[in-house]
Design a protein around this ligand. Structure first.
Ligand code: ATP
Length: 359
């Protein structure tokens, strides 16, 4: 547990551009520390494909123990397409952490920062500010490593449980309520395929029960295919969405692309006690080591960490610090910052400098 305003953060920089985006985020948190009365202790720990190559494990037991002891976990990105387990799957400690710490709520905000180009016509004027919540411990991913492949067929099993769904919907309605208190719409959309699969009718039934407990939030329901089409046409109509793991995996890459690119999108995987904060993007081996990586998603993930720590420990100054980081990012983009990720000239160092200047 943290003492007063002092937080211990486990830092898993990972592979590829992971360490390249982690360094700016830590620099920004150090600057926040100097100005806010908060204090951070960062402890680095190995995880990912490079660790697997060196040791035969995705992460050492010591990394898991550190994560158990820390107040929060910051993660860069892990896995490399060229490094695989014998069954040809990638090294993914980020997914193992979700299961180990029961991080059922994958929070994927997609906010279009003014000045950042969106591929959606009208988004500049109407804005995009939504949060997709992806269940992260079951659904189709419950089958991870357990699929049965025979010569004639292959099977993976999707799992929806009452225990996880009820906590997921409670978390989602509470998030919609917190956003409403900050002036947002206060609407929650359940995204499923309840017209075809019984497991999703079960999922929707539990959503309906939770909706009755939260009458202040407008509860809506959509099939995943219709939702994908609407996200691409009218993303400004959404506030908070909640969905199954695999649907969320796909839709969160879609929502990240609405706001300028994967490098812009932060994320958090949250459970009842632990939370991991990491950008939505992967290790981007095609640009690693070239100074081109956009650290914005990682920086905004660090801001989400501060907001979560504030809520968990009742430390209001941490929430203010998180908002200060968001404002500094907005200011940097309003000043004309254009990451190389979407055709501009600004690499990792420029973006970091601009955000630090905003602070
Ligand atoms: P994963 O499966 O691990 O999520 P992925 O296959 O989705 O990874 P990424 O590593 O996220 O792929 O990269 C997808 C594309 O987006 C690549 O072309 C990469 O260069 C680009 N990209 C991802 N993150 C960033 C970033 N932070 N800055 C600039 N470009 C990025």
């Amino acid at each position: 547990m943290s003492a007063n305003n002092a937080f211990h953060v486990a830092v898993l920089a990972g592979d590829g551009i992971g360490p390249e985006v982690m360094a700016p985020a830590l620099e920004i948190l150090r600057r926040i520390e100097a100005k806010s009365g908060l204090s951070f202790r960062f402890t680095d720990a190995p995880a990912g494909a490079n660790n697997y190559l060196a040791t035969g494990k995705s992460m050492p037991d010591a990394t898991v123990r550190l994560c158990e002891e820390a107040d929060a976990i910051l993660l860069g990105a892990c896995g490399l397409p060229s490094v695989r387990y014998p069954d040809d799957t990638e090294i993914a400690p980020q997914i193992e952490l979700r299961f180990h710490f029961d991080l059922y709520a994958g929070v994927r905000p997609a906010r279009l920062i003014p000045g950042v180009p969106s591929p959606i016509v009208g988004a500049d004027a109407r804005g995009i500010d939504l949060v997709l919540i992806r269940e992260s411990t079951e659904g189709l991913f419950a089958s991870m490593g357990k699929g049965v492949v025979k010569h004639e067929d292959a099977r993976e099993t999707l799992v929806i449980t009452r225990k996880t769904s009820e906590r997921l919907f409670e978390f989602s309605f509470r998030l919609a309520e917190r956003r409403k208190a900050r002036g947002k719409a206060g609407a929650l959309t359940c995204v499923d395929k309840a017209n075809v699969f019984r497991a999703f009718a079960f999922f929707r039934g539990m959503f309906d029960e939770a909706a009755r407990r939260h009458p202040d939030v407008t509860a809506e329901r959509l099939y995943v295919d219709a939702c994908a089409a609407m996200l691409a046409k009218r993303p400004w109509d959404f506030d908070v969405l909640v969905t199954e793991n695999m649907f969320g995996d796909i839709l969160s890459d879609l929502t990240a692309s609405l706001i300028g690119g994967l490098g812009m999108a932060p994320s958090a995987d949250i459970g009842d006690r632990y939370a991991v904060f990491q950008p939505c993007h992967g290790t981007a081996p095609d640009i690693m080591g070239q100074g081109k990586a956009n650290p914005t998603g990682m920086i905004l993930s660090a801001a989400m960490m501060l907001d979560w720590l504030a809520d968990k420990h009742g430390v209001e100054s941490a929430a203010e610090a998180g908002e200060r980081i968001e404002r500094a990012v907005d200011q940097a983009y309003a000043g004309g910052l254009k990451p190389m990720e979407f055709g501009g000239r600004n690499g990792t160092a420029d973006i970091t400098r601009a955000v630090l200047a905003g602070l």
